[in-house]
Write a protein that binds this ligand. Sequence first.
Ligand code: RVP
Length: 479
Amino acid sequence: EKFEKIIEGYTFDDVLLLPLKSGVEPRDADVSSMFSRHIKIKVPIVSSPMDTVTESEMAIAMARYGALGVLHRNISINEQLEMVKRVKKEETIIIRDVITVDENTPVNVARTIMMTRNIAGLPVVTAGKLSGILTKRDLEFSDNKGLVKDIMTKDVIYADEDISIDEAKYILYKNRIEKLPLVDKKGRLTGLITAKDIKTRERFPDASRDNDGKLMVGAAVGPFDINRVLALQDAGVDFIVIDTAHAHNMNVVNSIREMRKKINIDIIAGNIATGDAANDLIDAGVDGLRVGIGPGSICTTRIVAGIGVPQLTAISNVADVAEKNDIPVIADGGIRYSGDIVKALAAGASTVMLGSLLAGTDESPGMEMIINGRKYKSYRGMGSIGAIKAGKSDRYGKLENNSFIAEGVEGAVPYRGRVSEILFQLVGGIKTGMGYVGAANIRELHEKSIFIRISENGLRESHPHDIRIISEPPNYQNY
Ligand code: RVP
């Protein structure tokens, strides 16, 4: 009787998308997407919170190219906070903790500050108000004696604190200045915009940034670790990812409901694979859902526990519920090629989360190694013996006496160069797929796509066949 109601599940290799009548050129396809209820990004890709994938360097690279990184949690709260701060400091448009001097500061003291801190223009604040700026030019012909007020530029050009970046850029350019102090209605200094930071911003026009122009970053937390959550929020993290192997555990759901009351940043929860789980988590107040039970390249959950849902069906199950509530879905795990991303988005995901595809890049924290003359980087599941022993993570089942049952393996993936190159290839693949479907954006990709079920022969025909490949293109590597 149990087998009468048995349902079918599909994953990436079970299907293809039909080519449809199209008026969309791939280069015009818009791949921007919602990551969570309040966060929109230009590139629908997120790096996984794993200790061989995402630390500050990965998060910085991902955010710069329009994607996002989620810092892993296999470390102490303090170590994770440091990583958040590193990302947040990497680029900024409005400097908030401005270093200043007083009119009555001796010139030689000001000069030392400028030299040791490598500052080209030092705002002068007197009695709480902006009264001038000391620039390198002011110092050039000074004999280093006297006070700042004797040599500073008095008619300092400043702007209102609500100025837009474009306006600020215009003022900097028009006046040929490097620094623009921002003041509030009472003349108090509230920030500083520099030409250098604007130039950096222009180098990365698609970057995922917060309201101050800083790169966005998220962090993974355990489902009951409220201390970590509050500390991360204070450190300026943009969102948190409640990171568990089974988020439809009602203790987890209830804990998330409590967390929701205490913080105001977006909460993403997972992992799940059913519509019921989506319903319960949305009811608890989450802003995004992370889908995938067992599809990960390093994951043995399906083998060890016999549990899981083929990933495309899991995405579609969750997306059916999430869509009605306007909650974005992250398809996490099992993605090997750009075509898998197109299928995941077509099935209803808004973004995808990658482990294996990013673990081989320069920006991942994993160890480099040479195997048979080819370069690899280490990659391991967070439920692997190595990861569990190294860290504080409780994502995968700890039993009594600190013993545990591993749900992942440790290994290595081919070295893949820089994150920017991988993202370029993946985004190119997504746009190509959208061109075939006639989808101008991700929503249309989901609405218009039609899946066709293929056989094993169909799959064999899909891959290159009857050829000995001599040169592998960057977007098709088989190993
Ligand atoms: P992949 O991209 O296929 O390498 O999958 C990465 C995902 O696998 C992670 O985002 C996470 O959901 C899952 N994972 C991480 N560790 C383990 C494990 O040890 N079982 N699984």
